[in-house]
Write a protein that binds this ligand. Structure first.
Ligand SMILES: *Cc1c(COP(=O)(O)O)cnc(C)c1O
Length: 398
């Protein structure tokens, strides 16, 4: 077959999927795979969830696009539900995570500007962060491999080591506007910010008149068994970027903010053509119907416990393949002793899909609807994959 006429930006796996149902994907030739990548934590309710499909089809018959020149009832409904369930008072809808970050960064800078501090536009960020691929988002992420060759880095991002409170304190200046952090680093290798650290950041922001921005694009919307990951720490941000899981596979993101933090964003300061379109709103509302229903997050917690315990067991049995189990809820990572790509390949041989991350980690992000039985089936496949790479004799005794 001729090479596809696409940018060569991705090294794609040689798998061609045709359809999906729940945690299962089926290739063109009829082979079935367990999807523990879920579009990188995007297909939060699995593939072809009947309630999401129905919501999208229903809206598709009525109206696809309006622009933000008119009221979009779905926006008002989704914003009301998001603000009722979180710290936020205001929502700006986007199509992606990077756009949610752009809106968050602009909201924070504009807040300081409106308060009479135009010089305060710097944002403190953390090593290993990932905030998306726009010019500002790669500057915020600070990873040289994503910045290289794209001209001068967008100004105003000061990066410090993840979890290093003294470094954060030392980085605060008269020009600082905000602190931006992922409560759990996703691409960076499933590193958790401790409760104490998040508390300390909240306190520093309060002391210095800074805004706390959380990037919950990957860890939000039920992934950690709470609606949002920061709830575990008992703190609230001023601004939060959301995407991925909130759309269940339909492009949708959001910037959430308190009334105060959003106060600089007046008419004309920001905009989007597609953000908040009726199709996305219908799916976003349908996702919340499921995620916020009684008992759903408890289900996530029950399955997450089964999965985590199983993975810890595999770590004990294959210490030469698995170094550590990381993460929280259904956002788990295997830090591999072998190359993470080698273990991922062995998992793929067993027809189970994961996602690589930094620090030699494999991310396991199954749909939140995964059953305990499916989690055990996934564990059996990971066990065979790890066993195929292990030289340990322990595997024979278990
Ligand atoms: C994926 C991701 C983004 C970027 O989202 P896009 O939709 O790809 O723009 C930003 N932050 C985090 C934490 C992410 O995981």
């Amino acid at each position: 077959m001729a090479e596809p006429a696409l940018f060569e930006t991705y090294n794609r796996a040689p798998l061609r999927f045709e359809r999906g149902e729940g945690v299962w994907l089926t290739t063109e030739s009829g082979e079935r795979y367990m999807d523990f990548a879920a579009g990188i934590a995007v297909n939060s309710l699995g593939h072809a969830h009947p309630h999401l499909v129905a919501a999208l089809k229903d809206q598709a018959d009525k109206l696809w696009h309006l622009s933000n020149l008119y009221d979009v009832p779905g926006q008002e409904k989704l914003a009301r539900r998001l603000t009722e369930a979180t710290f936020a008072d205001r929502v700006f809808f986007t199509n992606s995570g990077a756009e949610a970050l752009e809106a968050s960064i602009k909201t924070a800078r504009r807040y300081q500007y409106a308060k009479g501090h135009p010089e305060r536009f710097h944002i403190i960020t953390f090593e290993g962060a990932f905030h998306g691929r726009t010019l500002a988002a790669i500057a915020a992420g600070g990873q040289p491999k994503y910045l290289e060759g794209f001209g001068p880095k967008v100004q105003g991002f000061d990066q410090v080591p993840f979890g290093d409170l003294d470094a954060v304190k030392a980085a605060i200046t008269e020009a600082t506007a905000a602190i931006l952090i992922e409560p759990i680093q996703g691409e960076g290798g499933l590193r958790l910010a401790s409760k104490e650290f998040l508390h300390a950041l909240r306190q520093l922001c309060d002391e210095h008149g800074l805004l706390l921005i959380l990037d919950e694009v990957q860890c939000g919307v039920g992934r950690t068994c709470k609606f949002f990951a920061h709830e575990w720490a008992g703190i609230t941000p001023d601004i939060m970027a959301v995407a991925k899981g909130i759309g269940g596979g339909f492009p949708l993101g959001a910037c959430l903010a308190t009334e105060e933090a959003a106060s600089g964003m007046k008419p004309g300061t920001h905009g989007t053509t597609y953000g908040g379109n009726p199709l996305a709103m219908s799916v976003g509302n349908a996702v919340l119907d499921v995620v916020l229903a009684d008992g759903f997050l408890e289900h996530v917690q029950d399955v997450a416990l089964v999965f985590r315990q199983g993975l810890e067991g595999l770590k004990d049995r294959f210490p030469d393949v698995i170094e550590e189990i990381r993460g929280d809820g259904l956002m788990l990572g295997i830090k591999a002793k072998v190359a993470n790509t080698e273990l991922l390949m062995a998992m793929r041989e067993e027809h189970l899909l994961g996602v690589p991350a930094g620090d030699n980690v494999i991310r396991l992000l199954p749909p939140l609807t995964v059953t305990a039985e499916e989690a055990r089936e996934g564990l059996a496949r990971i066990e065979r994959a790890a066993g195929s790479l292990s030289k340990s004799t322990l595997r024979k005794t278990a």
